[in-house]
Design a protein around this ligand. Structure first.
Ligand SMILES: C[S@@+](CC[C@H](N)C(=O)[O-])C[C@H]1O[C@@H](n2cnc3c(N)ncnc32)[C@H](O)[C@@H]1O
Length: 186
């Protein structure tokens, strides 16, 4: 499927102070994060959610902020430095079709990015392999850009990778799905 990647300069239209009126990162992600966790913000853009994640994981935790565009990651690094959380954030440049993160994570976020991924099945297989057993994965897609039918197809693809959908948290302007990686039972 042909998809469109959000250019770095366009991110300023939604990654700004006004967005905080309907997306409050700490409030939205707080229920899933504990101090000391390792978490991933995939398709992090300029880091709107990475900053909140960095505050939530605390000084012993780590945020892996991963994106296809180096320019996004460079802006994110400057922002993180400005708000004093740079040491908690590791940036990672993904390759098309390959997330390329090696560490296992306790939580992953994909906010307003999954619709930009051409190989959805491959993408969710990779997410599934990065999550620790029992870890959760929150996905949100923009209602103004992604139809409900398309969102259902995206959820089906995540389920086929073995992720279990456990909730649909209310998130402003978004469709959302919370998944869990099943624990391994012997
Ligand atoms: C619309 S922006 C959302 C940014 C951020 N999550 C937010 O909510 O502010 C989508 C981002 O996903 C990134 N992206 C798209 N496909 C990707 C992929 N396959 N791997 C990593 N990043 C990707 C784009 O470069 C862009 O920065």
């Amino acid at each position: 499927m042909k998809t469109h990647i959000c250019p770095w300069w366009f991110a300023y239209t939604f990654d700004n102070r006004i967005r905080r009126l309907f997306h409050k990162p700490e409030e939205l992600l707080g229920p899933y994060i504990k101090q000391g966790m390792t978490v991933m913000d995939i398709g992090c853009g300029m880091g709107f959610f990475s900053m909140g994640l960095a505050r939530l994981v605390g000084h012993e935790g780590q945020v892996i902020s991963a994106d296809l565009q180096q320019r996004m990651l460079d802006i994110l690094k400057l922002r993180a430095k400005k708000v004093g959380v740079a040491r908690r954030i590791k940036t990672h440049l993904c390759q098309p079709g390959e997330i390329g993160v090696e560490s296992a994570v306790d939580f992953a976020l994909a906010f307003w990015m999954a619709h930009e991924v051409p190989d959805m099945d491959g993408f969710f297989d990779q997410i599934q392999s990065i999550l620790r057993p029992g870890a959760r994965f929150l996905m949100a897609e923009p209602k103004f850009h992604v139809s409900f039918d398309r969102f259902k197809q995206i959820i089906d693809s995540a389920r086929q990778s073995g992720l279990k959908k456990c909730a649909s948290p209310r998130i402003g302007l978004s469709w959302s799905a919370l998944f869990e990686k099943r624990e391994i039972l012997f």
